[in-house]
Design a protein around this ligand. Structure first.
Ligand code: ATR
Length: 277
């Protein structure tokens, strides 16, 4: 029997993960299946029961998406450091009766920025907008990329400060509100990790933060040219991207972790990219 994998979320109809992992399996010749499971929202323990049933039926691993990332974190036996800081996970491996948990969102994002968009972060000035779960997941991989400085800007400044305080890299990281950005000059990379784009809104970021030779990255994907990306493009930024590459790179990280072989991502990114117009 083929090894079994799945992505669990609710709703899950929109997921691209079965397509992505199917293409990876084909390319690397792995004997596996990967399906989407709509996880139950109630009763309270139903999510955990669904995961346990999948394991009992021979499941080897799962991706986890909203709204189950915290529940999945809680039911895991082992968690990586970045998953612990994120407080949420997006991938699980089932091994010898144990659930091992990882969060590949941040590494996937860094890989997309550095490898696919050719924007190495070492020594650079990086601005992250937002201080929610997406930023918690990205901070350790960002620090590992050794930028010169990371500024985390959020409407709720205390939330950004709380996040920065949790990370042992105080010389590198600072938190602020949007009003402070006007006097901070240009950043080589500006990442919109707020949920503003999901409702067509623009975080109150001044266009003076953008550098024409740098990059602007929108974590959301499939939304076309969001207000944030339009602002960046109008400011002359040449490299603007949405999160489709991150989605595929985090999938590749999970695939390599599960199967021990790293798939090529370029063709899959080209296939799933929606032009930013
Ligand atoms: P997630 O865990 O999915 O990242 P979250 O924890 O609710 O979601 O975080 C959403 C982030 O988007 C927060 O940083 C939020 O800012 P506040 O903490 O100040 O509320 C940010 N956000 C949402 N809408 C925004 C908007 N219109 N402008 C700026 N930031 C916004």
């Amino acid at each position: 029997m083929s090894d079994r994998y799945a992505v669990i979320g609710n709703p899950i109809g929109h997921t691209k993960s079965p397509l992505i992992h199917g293409l990876f399996a084909q390319e690397t010749g792995q004997d596996m299946t990967y399906v989407a499971i709509e996880g139950p929202l109630e009763p309270e323990n139903a999510f955990v029961d669904t995961v346990r049933e999948f394991i009992a039926a021979g499941g080897k691993g799962m991706n986890v998406t909203a709204p189950f990332k915290l529940q999945a974190f809680a039911m895991s036996d082992e968690r990586s450091e970045r998953a612990t800081l994120a407080g949420a996970i997006n991938a699980m491996k089932f091994e010898d009766g144990r659930i091992i948990a990882e969060n590949f969102d941040g590494v996937g994002l860094v890989r997309d920025i550095e490898e696919n968009l050719h924007q190495p972060m070492a020594g650079k000035r990086v601005l992250i907008l937002g201080a929610g779960g997406a930023v918690r997941g990205a901070l350790l991989p960002f620090i590992a990329a050794r930028p010169g400085e990371i500024v985390v800007a959020n409407r709720d400044v205390e939330k950004a400060e709380g996040l920065v305080d949790q990370v042992m890299a105080r010389d590198l990281l600072r938190a602020c509100g949007y009003h402070a950005l006007g006097s901070m000059g240009q950043f080589d990379l500006v990442v919109n990790a707020t949920s503003a784009s999901l409702t067509g809104q623009l975080p109150p970021v001044p266009s003076s933060v953008f550098s024409p030779t740098g990059g602007a990255y929108e974590l959301a994907y499939g939304k076309g040219l969001t207000p944030f990306l339009r602002l960046a493009r109008d400011a002359g930024v040449r490299t603007v991207a949405d999160g489709v590459g991150m989605l595929i790179e985090q999938a590749a990280e999970a695939f390599a972790w599960w199967r021990g072989v790293r798939p090529q991502t370029r063709a899959v990114i080209d296939r799933l990219t929606v032009p930013l117009t």
